[in-house]
Structures are given as structure tokens and as C-alpha cells.
Design a protein around this ligand. Structure first.
Ligand code: NAD
Ligand code: ZN
Length: 376
């Protein structure tokens, strides 16, 4: 495993939001120093760490020791793993536990794990006693570059994903990239899909860097991993700083997500990771961008090649067109409504355009089941 030893904070990115600004600190095997930084940033003397079993077993003991050493009395709660329990029932259980522990607004909520526990912990932190300080310690690539930055928190309803939530910015995001050593390959690739996404919409040089080093990134070579995570985090931070509430610019981060959400829905969120659906959705969106005259030809192929190098899927699952149209429709009552669709202007440049259903999903759209017909 090639993540080398390192210091507490090797790189730092700032999410600039005025007095709510916060740092994203990147280091290797730095969990033993997290407590000290959390104490400094929050002034808390009481904390609760929310985590999931694998991460709890491997990493929580080190974090708990470091909190104690920093003078923070910390409790630990393990929540069941998986998006199925990112729900209001779990939220209510956590409120009960918080009351029992006697936590108040001067206590800090710390999430240790992937985006699932981060979203859940963040939402509880946003709502318990109308808001408590919150710290993110993400342990998946996806949560390091995406979910932990930007303050979106929330839970799923049975009617859909992330339908209830709040904006609640953390006080600190602490990245220990050493924790990625235990992250399965498939989860790594799914996180890399979101890194490729920010490069594709924002920064062609970064995209070119990924093209030269993506295997080393997957192997967690620190020479590549650290600068790549730093760049991905800083793009997300910049977008969030300029558009915290998703009034415009932040929508670009939805590149590839229109179709991705439809695919996830049609697959009942089973057997496909979010990043994998996003990979398929990005190639689809890039192809549409070319066909509709927004992007030069070759754009989609460049994206597809990079995604396939990390083993991500790029072929659209073979559901009926009707099923896709149904799943894509945001407002079921408005049959001909337009959707804000993110198109590429080329690699590194994107924009949002309102498109009709047939522009997004034309009748001749190819799918895996109908065979792959290469575009001329
Ligand atoms: N708030 C946002 O802006 C935002 C953005 C993107 C995604 N999300 C949310 O994030 C969630 C997806 O995040 P995710 O991909 O991190 O999934 P996840 O939190 O479900 O983690 C994926 C799996 O990896 C395991 N895991 C985590 N860290 C590990 C480690 N270091 N070693 C071994 N195993 C580890 C987890 O236990 C889990 O089984 C979804 O709920 C999604 O809605 C939120
Ligand atoms: Zn995503």
C-alpha cells in the first residue's frame, strides 16, 4: 500500500464563506492530531463521534484518544451502515441519545466515515437544539472531495433520496488520507468519478493530470493522491464559496447527475454505486453536448477513456426509453417541462441549459441492451 507516513496538515484548502469560513486540512495518518485542531477550532470540551462499524473498528480508537488528549470528553455512537438507515427514524434515535448524553450547544458533533454518516450527522447537528458545531472527518474519496465540503446535510425519505435536509457548514473538515488504504477498490473508483467530474466541468489542466496519473491515484500514491485531492477539494470549495445555496454556479456540480439519478432510481439504488451511475451519466451528458453542438467532437470519448481506465461503467443500462423519461421527469404533472441540464462546452468548461425531455433523451438514444452503436 503506497500511502507514506506524513504530518498533521500537509495541505490546506479554505472554504471562504465570510465568518463561517472553514479549513479543509489534508494529511496522512493524522487522526492522532485531529483532537487538538478540533479543540482549537470549536473550543468544545464535549463531543460525540458518529461513525459506522468498519470505520469505528479501524479508526475511531485513535480519534477518541486524540480527543481525550486535547481535553475533550467524547462519546461514540455507531450507526448502521448503508443509505437505507440515513432516515428520520435514525435521526430521532440520535436525538434521544444526545439528550441522554446531556449534549448541549457547546458540544461538537463529529462525523467519522463516508458521506452517508456525514449527511446524517450533519443533519442532526443542524437541527438538535437548533444547531451545534459540526466537524467532518471523511474516510471515503467521495466524501473527502464532495460530501464533506459545502454544508449540505440531510436524510432520505421513502419517496426519494435526500428530500429532507439543511445547509449547515462544518467548522473543520479533517482528511486523513491514510484511512483510504482500507477503502475497497470499487468505492475508490466511485469517488474518483466525482474527481473526474470536477476536472471535466472546471479545469482542463487538472483533467490532463488525471489522464497521466489516474492509475497512481487509484493506488493511493501520495505524490499523486495529495495534490489531486487538494485540487478537487479546492474546486468544490471555490464553487461553494461563490454559490453556497445552489442558485446557479453550484448546479454545474450536477454534471452527469440527471441521468445518474434516473439510473439509480430504476435500479432501486441496488447494485450500482452513485459514482458509477455518475460515470455513465457524464458520458451520456458529454455525448448529448456534442450532438447538440455545445462541445467539439471527441469530448465524450476523452471522458469515457479516462473513466474506463479506473474500471467505471459508461454504458447506459438497458431500460426502456419510457422508463427513463418517467425517471427523469422532476415534476410528474408537467409533461413537457424543461430540465436544467449541465452540458460541456469542452473538457474543463460547462454550463447549465434548459433542455426538453426529447433533447435530453431522444428516441434514438442507444442503451446497453440495444447494443452499442458507436457515434460517427
Ligand atoms: N452532502 C453532500 O453534498 C453530498 C454529496 C455527495 C454525496 N452525498 C451522500 O454521501 C453518501 C455517499 O457517500 P460515500 O460514497 O462516502 O458512501 P458511504 O458513506 O455509504 O460509504 C461507502 C462504504 O464505505 C465504507 N467505508 C467508509 N470509509 C471506509 C474506509 N476508510 N475503509 C473501508 N470502508 C470504508 C462505509 O462503511 C460504506 O460501506 C450518500 O448518502 C450521498 O447522498 C452527500
Ligand atoms: Zn454525486
Amino acid at each position: 500500500m503506497s500511502v507514506a507516513k506524513g504530518g498533521a496538515v500537509l495541505r490546506k484548502v479554505t472554504v471562504a464563506l465570510g465568518e463561517r469560513s472553514y479549513p479543509v486540512c489534508l494529511g496522512i495518518d493524522n487522526l492522532d492530531q485531529a483532537g487538538e485542531f478540533i479543540a482549537r477550532r470549536t473550543k468544545a470540551t464535549r463531543a460525540v463521534v458518529l461513525t459506522v462499524s468498519t470505520v469505528n473498528r479501524r479508526y475511531a480508537p485513535k480519534l477518541m484518544r486524540s480527543l481525550k488528549a486535547a481535553g475533550i470528553r467524547a462519546s461514540r455512537i455507531e450507526v448502521p451502515d448503508g443509505d437505507a438507515t440515513k432516515n428520520l427514524r435514525q435521526v430521532a434515535k440520535l436525538y434521544d441519545a444526545f439528550l441522554e448524553l446531556g449534549l448541549d450547544r457547546s458540544s461538537v458533533v463529529i462525523s467519522l466515515g463516508g458521506g452517508m454518516v456525514g449527511d446524517l450527522a450533519g443533519f442532526v447537528a443542524a437541527s438538535y437544539l437548533r444547531g451545534m458545531p459540526f466537524v467532518q472527518i471523511p474516510t471515503t474519496i467521495l466524501s473527502m472531495v464532495d460530501a464533506s465540503i459545502g454544508g449540505k446535510t440531510g436524510v432520505n425519505l421513502k419517496q426519494g433520496k435526500n428530500l429532507v435536509g439543511a445547509f449547515h457548514q462544518p467548522k473543520l473538515v479533517w482528511l486523513d488520507v491514510g484511512t483510504l488504504r482500507s477503502l475497497p477498490n470499487r468505492e475508490r473508483a466511485a469517488g474518483v468519478a466525482e474527481i473526474i467530474k470536477v476536472a471535466a466541468i472546471w479545469d482542463e489542466d487538472f483533467f490532463a493530470l488525471l489522464e497521466s496519473d489516474v492509475e497512481a491515484l487509484m493506488a493511493l500514491d501520495p505524490e499523486v493522491l495529495l495534490p489531486v485531492l487538494e485540487r478537487a477539494c479546492s474546486i468544490k470549495a471555490e464553487v461553494v464559496s461563490r454559490d453556497e445555496r445552489e442558485a446557479g454556479l453550484r448546479m454545474l456540480l450536477n454534471f452527469g447527475h440527471t441521468l445518474a439519478h434516473a439510473i439509480e432510481k430504476l435500479r432501486n439504488y441496488r447494485g450500482i454505486l452513485h459514482g458509477e451511475a455518475v460515470a455513465i451519466g457524464m458520458v451520456f451528458a458529454a455525448e448529448r453536448s456534442e450532438t447538440l453542438g455545445f462541445a467539439p467532437s471527441g469530448t465524450a470519448e476523452r471522458l469515457r477513456t479516462l473513466l474506463e481506465r479506473v474500471g467505471l461503467p459508461t454504458e447506459i443500462p438497458g431500460f426502456e426509453r419510457k422508463a427513463y423519461l418517467e425517471a427523469l421527469r422532476v415534476d410528474k404533472k408537467k409533461r413537457d417541462s424543461h430540465i436544467q441540464f449541465v452540458v460541456l462546452r469542452g473538457i474543463g468548461r460547462a454550463e447549465t441549459v434548459p433542455l426538453s425531455m426529447t433533447e435530453i433523451y431522444p428516441a434514438q438514444q442507444r442503451r446497453a441492451a440495444t447494443g452499442r452503436s458507436k457515434k460517427a
